[in-house]
Ligand binder design. Structure first.
Ligand code: UDP
Length: 376
């Protein structure tokens, strides 16, 4: 396996921080870059090096790649809330597409050939299939889904043009926290069903199940949930596969099992021992009846399948919230626990975008000369 470090963008976020931890456990040296816009410094494994900054900053990326031998990138940095993307499409394309564009430019300039990319089931839109396979039609229904699909296309184009290999993961629903309850899901406003329900169960406050007239076994939406640690394990396997010379792949990460929203609410009540106070509310815009992933390809290519069940996800989320009633607490926390890398060589006055464009143009001229020579 090629020796060097793994750069994790968005490694202070919910899924990124669990992936960093599993990478470190597997013996990888990890550098995290995160602008802490939604991530938390305390979520970053203390054994990882931390660079505070934005993944769209080409100068910063240049400095990170110059200072470290990066052999692979895991790209988590980005935004994930569908309704927010509808009201802020520019911001979603900037974060989710421009971020990937910048990373790929840096990878190309520094000859880094492996990227594991965090994509989404939202690229499929509503599907009639009982279990969605990777070759299902792609019909994103939100700027979020489109921004991820656009990034996927760019990543695939960069394989053809520059030989940068990829493992693109399309996630379904994710929940849970680390086994020791030290890291978990922490958003300023929780919108996802499991944390919303856990909070409602603990506080006794009423929550809503959005819609009960869908075409499912009890009328509420049906979704496919996997544990965040299973998801993180898949990322480590994906990176190892690429570093060991494996081919690029696009892979669903799901369980092939669906739970309805009502079943989720009831299971949370069983786990906490506190009945959840809920009502059925109106449908939420954009919700498909039922979304379940086929995970055959993940098994075939990575030997991966989920190992932690729904009760485990809920139990881990409950324990994480009990242990951290304030989640990560004060966002203005200190840079103490993690090894902060000072990337002091960043020359902000240099226009890195045009630098990269020059590089790419030089190649075009070279390619043209070769073609002309071959045609002689
Ligand atoms: N949901 C709900 N009440 C809530 C939050 C979510 O009924 O307070 C439903 C939502 O309409 C969807 C399912 O739970 O049917 C999963 O939504 P979530 O936002 O967790 O994930 P998504 O599937 O949208 O990525």
């Amino acid at each position: 396996m090629e020796e060097g470090k793994i750069l994790v963008t968005g490694g202070a976020g919910y899924i990124g921080s669990h992936a960093v931890r599993q990478l470190v456990k597997s013996g990888f040296q990890v550098v995290v870059v995160d602008n802490l816009s939604t991530g938390h410094l305390d979520a970053v494994d203390p054994k990882a090096e931390f660079v505070y900054g934005d993944v769209r900053n080409l100068g910063l990326l240049d400095a990170i790649f110059t200072k470290n031998k990066i052999v692979g990138v895991m790209q988590f940095a980005g935004k994930i809330i569908v309704p927010e993307s509808v009201s802020h499409p520019l911001s979603y394309f900037d974060d989710n597409f421009s971020g990937v564009l910048a990373i790929l430019r840096a990878m190309r300039a520094h000859d880094c050939k492996n990227i594991v990319f965090s994509s989404t089931a939202a690229v499929y839109g509503s599907s009639k299939e009982p279990a969605i396979t990777e070759d299902a039609p792609l019909h994103p229904e939100s700027p979020y889904g489109f921004s991820k699909l656009a990034a996927e296309h760019l990543i695939c184009d960069c394989e053809k043009a520059y030989g940068i290999k990829h493992c693109i993961f399309r996630y379904f629903n994710v929940a849970g926290a680390s086994e020791d309850s030290s890291i978990g899901e922490a958003h300023p406003v929780e919108t996802h069903l499991i944390p919303v329900t856990v909070n409602a169960s603990e506080s006794g406050k009423q929550m809503q199940i959005f819609g009960n007239d869908y075409a499912t076994r009890d009328g509420t939406n049906l979704r496919d949930y996997i544990h965040v640690l299973d998801l993180a394990d898949a990322h480590v396997l994906g990176m190892k596969m690429l570093l060991n010379g494996g081919n690029s792949a696009i892979i669903n990460l799901g369980s092939e099992t669906g739970y309805t929203n009502k079943e989720i609410v009831e299971t949370v009540g069983e786990v906490t021992g506190k009945k959840v106070n809920y009502v059925f509310g109106p449908r939420r815009a954009g919700d498909a009846d039922s979304i379940v992933a086929s995970n055959k390809k993940a098994m075939e290519i990575l030997g991966w399948k989920p190992t932690r069940d729904l009760k485990q996800m809920i139990t881990d989320d409950v324990n994480w919230r009990k242990k951290h009633p304030e989640l990560y607490g004060n966002p203005n926390n200190k840079f103490s626990k993690v090894q902060l890398q000072h990337v002091d060589k960043v020359n902000e006055t240099r226009n890195h975008s045009s630098l990269y464009e020059e590089l790419e143009n030089i190649d075009r001229i070279k390619a043209h000369k070769i073609k002309v020579a071959n045609d002689l």
